[in-house]
Design a protein around this ligand. Structure first.
Ligand code: 6PG
Length: 480
């Protein structure tokens, strides 16, 4: 029997689907799962001429692979990845390739790349996005890790990855070390932001404007034909049409406590580490945390009175205003996400191709959208673009959307509708283009209680000063 070209280790739904995707693309695939019955059940459903071969021991798995071996791990993130590779190592040869395709934390991937390189194993930390459907029919794939391993696996990964309408592969080399998992983390942070913004638009229409459910669903479906066209808007329009037997919306029966496996949180934590004002995604993470405080929110509503007021009798703002708010805040969120990629590239010594990353996300992944073409175009116009907000297309889009955006946020404020993402984005927009902010007062406060010193706008910026705020108010030059 011909050796298999790649092994899939881990036959959860994602692992099974990726193995089927590989076989569909002509690859001979070895499969293994720690629980043998799962392997048996999976291969038991396959046609007899399937290219997929089951293995029930690591030794047998390794023996059934061509050299260099390529092992595609579809396991949970965390320590299990290390334990699985420790189990594989005795059966691998120098130069073999281990691909971690789970949602691993980028610091774990950096460590694994460095450690396993010492042990002769070429490591790839690969972000895979698109859920079960994506794994089966074409995910977005964000490979990083050992640059020497990429040419060996490129053909396989690009065969199974999604492609854009114009045929571009949604699998391109991202960068060495943890770059692939970092870009996947940013993808997930942006996903949190997109999802939060959509829920805020939904509540503005439902509670701010008192719109009937069917009209709200139709509005999202209409928006999905324009600049907001995206997978998340598409599924939202679909979800908002699903009713119960009594005609009520199913979504209104779903408990309003958002889960989170952690990738959005990791994004916000690293933004804080890097000093990136990732305000929208940060607020999206906090909004999930607040939603999880259900019992406390119910008690607070009784104690403090519910936030929500009844919608105005007439349509106080146009639907376009909510669309503009959604679109403008989305621009801010992606601008912040790419700002973090820029800072991370500098901090972790990666050379990231931002236009190409936007193309990776153009199809197959959860944040796939028409909007990403505009981002790709912006970085093609200027690869050194400091921020999407300095691109004329996006600057013009924001200027056009601003009036509607402000009126939508105002409606939220006046109606007691929380808009943590839309509101944070508007504050970022106003702050980012403020040549002068009130931070001078903050510096004076820090100097008052902690003698932390300050610079002056009317003197040499290199010179720091301290005022004797509780003494004679004299000011002295402070040299480090
Ligand atoms: C993807 C998704 C996926 C994510 C799940 C759950 O790109 O396919 O982002 O990786 O893990 O959607 O994520 P949360 O539990 O953090 O919402």
């Amino acid at each position: 029997m011909m050796p298999s070209e790649i092994a899939v280790y881990g036959l959860g739904v994602m692992g099974r689907n990726i193995a089927l995707n590989m076989a569909d693309h002509g690859l001979r695939v070895a499969v293994y799962n720690r629980t043998s019955s799962i392997t048996e059940d999976f291969v038991g459903e396959l046609p007899t001429d399937s290219r997929i071969t089951a293995h029930y021991s690591l030794e047998d798995l390794a023996a059934g692979l061509s050299s260099p071996r390529i092992i595609f791990l579809m396991t949970k993130a965390g320590g299990v990845v290390d334990r699985v590779v420790e189990g594989l190592l005795p059966h691998l040869d120098s130069g073999d390739i281990v691909i971690d395709a789970g949602n691993s934390h980028f610091r774990d991937s950096q460590r694994r790349w460095e450690d396993w390189r010492q042990r002769g194993i070429r490591f790839l930390g690969v972000g895979v996005s698109g859920g079960e459907e994506g794994a089966r029919h074409g995910p977005s794939i964000m490979p990083g890790g050992d640059p020497e391993a990429w040419p060996v696996v490129r053909d396989i990964l690009q065969r199974i990855a999604a492609r854009t309408e114009d045929g571009a592969s949604c699998c391109q080399w991202v960068g060495q070390g943890a770059a692939g998992h970092y870009v996947k983390m940013i993808h997930n942070g942006i996903e949190y932001g997109d999802m939060q913004l959509i829920t805020e638009a939904w509540q503005l229409m439902r509670d701010g404007l008192g719109m009937p459910a069917a009209e709200i669903a139709a509005t999202f479906a209409h928006w999905n034909q324009g600049v907001l066209a995206s997978y998340l808007i598409e599924i939202t329009a679909e979800i908002l049409t699903v009713t119960e037997h009594d005609g009520s919306l199913r979504v209104n029966h779903i408990l309003d406590t958002a889960g989170q496996k952690g990738t959005g949180r990791w994004t916000a934590i690293d933004a804080l580490e890097l000093g990136v004002p990732l305000t929208l995604i940060g607020e999206a993470v906090f909004a999930r945390a607040l939603s999880s405080m259900k019992a406390e929110r119910v008690a607070a509503a009784a104690q403090l009175g519910s936030a929500k007021v009844t919608p105005a009798s007439k349509r106080v703002i146009e639907l376009d205003a909510i669309r503009d708010a959604l679109y403008a805040a989305k621009i801010i969120s992606y601008a912040q996400g790419f700002l973090q990629l820029r800072e991370a590239a500098a901090e972790y010594d990666w050379q990231l191709a931002y236009g190409e990353i936007a193309t990776l996300w153009r199809a197959g992944c959860i944040i796939r959208s028409r909007f990403l073409n505009d981002i790709r175009d912006a970085f093609e116009r200027d690869p050194g673009l400091p921020s999407l907000l300095f691109d004329d297309f996006f600057a013009s889009a924001l200027r056009s959307a601003e009036p509607g955006w402000r009126s939508a946020v105002t409606l939220g404020v006046q109606s007691g509708i929380p808009l943590p993402a839309m509101g944070a984005a508007l504050s970022f927009f106003d702050g980012y283009r403020s040549a002068v902010l009130p931070a001078g007062l903050l510096q004076a406060q820090r100097d008052y209680f902690g003698a932390h010193t300050y610079q002056r706008t009317d003197r040499d910026p290199e010179q720091r000063w301290h005022t004797r705020w509780t003494g004679d108010l004299s000011e002295e030059a402070i040299d480090d």
